[in-house]
Design a protein around this ligand. Structure first.
Ligand SMILES: Nc1ncnc2c1ncn2[C@@H]1O[C@H](COP(=O)(O)OP(=O)(O)O)[C@@H](O)[C@H]1O
Ligand SMILES: [Mg+2]
Length: 349
């Protein structure tokens, strides 16, 4: 439904050329929710704006619903764009118009009659749970309600594709979940294809089918979401996953964490139980076999699309000569081990 082929985007500024996107290739299937995650400045907005040609790529092809947008005349491009809805972080509603009239805007511009508009808008108000807010103005709405109005407006021209540029970034976590649930409902009821960009792993986890990581203008990893969480390929992917499932180390440990091993220190390990490996038996086993003292600092098991993934942080104390064999033992049981750092033995947690 959405295909990007060898898309490059350079911005020319007084300070020179900024390569914002480099050789982007993406294929989003009909009815799929495809997420792109990346840090600030990675090129996410540039990428999504290229999909509807709000930003023209410097080179490459953009194909949406079988039309190669990059070759269309201005008039044909306008028509094709009506089939691509877009929502934004800051909603972009007109404050002088009530909810109904905000949603009506694209239909007015397309020359629909009042009756046609009403036939389109009333079901959309219902779908987005806004029927009782029909006459309210944006200033009278919560953030979540405003985003629902923006979603209804984006759907008014019956698009095939919805683009979402950080649509939940201005919302609290609970409201974020309701908006993501709404996007999933819309995909299911209207069979829409959704491309969304975000800097939050939790968004990917709760609503995407597939995900790609954008880093410095390049797509560095792409996978089905369950696989992405259980078999991350790059360090960047692992860091995104860790940031979504882990809080911080206990403050006393964080403060004294050393990057390199020193005398009278012990390691802090992060263990990834990626392939459904049961966590507890392995931990008690290394404790027993190697006579080590294990302090579990944090443990998390996540279920993403029926894949179980556990991440655990442990402090490992005991005879130095036993620590490497214990790590080896873990690795042989498909546990991925990262040494987070070393903590002096006299630090109490
Ligand atoms: N209109 C523009 N002119 C010049 N540089 C831009 C423009 N828009 C974005 N950039 C630059 O392109 C890079 C990617 O920006 P952007 O696509 O907004 O990233 P993201 O949405 O991931 O934060 C950044 O270095 C940014 O400064
Ligand atoms: Mg952005």
């Amino acid at each position: 439904m959405i295909t990007l082929e060898h898309v490059h985007k350079n911005y020319t500024t007084s300070k020179g050329t900024i390569p914002a996107l480099r050789d982007i290739n993406i294929h989003v299937n009909p009815g799929e929710i495809f997420g792109i995650i990346g840090k600030s400045g990675a090129g996410k907005s540039s990428l999504i704006r290229c999909v509807n040609l709000l930003e023209r790529p410097s080179s490459g092809k953009i194909i949406v619903a079988n039309e190669e947008l990059t070759t269309l005349s201005a008039a044909k491009l306008r028509a094709a764009r009506r089939k691509i809805g877009m929502i934004f972080q800051h909603f972009n509603l007109l404050s002088s118009r009530n909810v109904y009239d905000n949603i009506a805007l694209p239909l007015e511009l397309a020359g629909h009659t009042h009756k046609q508009m009403e036939d389109t808008i009333m079901p959309l108000l219902e779908l987005t749970h806004l029927t009782d807010k029909k006459m309210a103005y944006p200033a009278q709405l919560s953030g979540g309600q405003k985003q629902r109005v923006a979603i209804a407006r984006a759907l008014a021209s019956k698009p095939h594709v919805l683009l979402s540029d950080e649509a939940t970034s201005a919302l609290d976590p609970e409201t974020t979940l309701t908006i993501l649930q709404l996007l999933k409902n819309i995909r299911d009821t209207l069979n829409l294809t959704i491309l969304l960009i975000t800097h939050e792993m939790s968004v990917i986890k709760s609503c995407c089918d597939r995900v790609a990581i954008l880093q410095e203008g390049e797509l560095i990893e792409e996978n089905e979401v369950g696989e992405f969480f259980t078999h991350p390929k790059t360090e960047v992917a692992k860091n995104f996953i860790a940031s979504s499932v882990l809080q911080h180390l206990p403050a006393a440990i964080e403060r004294h964490l050393l990057a390199l091993e020193q005398p009278d220190t012990h390691p802090i390990l992060r263990l990834w139980f990626l392939q459904g490996t049961a966590t507890q038996p392995i931990i008690s086993e290394i404790s027993r076999q190697f006579n080590l003292h294990i302090n579990i600092l944090q443990a998390n098991v996540e279920y993403i699309k029926n894949h179980a993934m556990g991440i655990m942080m442990i402090a490992l104390r005991g005879e130095n000569a036993k620590i490497q064999p214990a790590i080896q033992y873990l690795k042989e049981r498909s546990v991925q081990v990262e040494v987070v750092g070393y903590v002096p033995n006299d630090i109490a947690v």
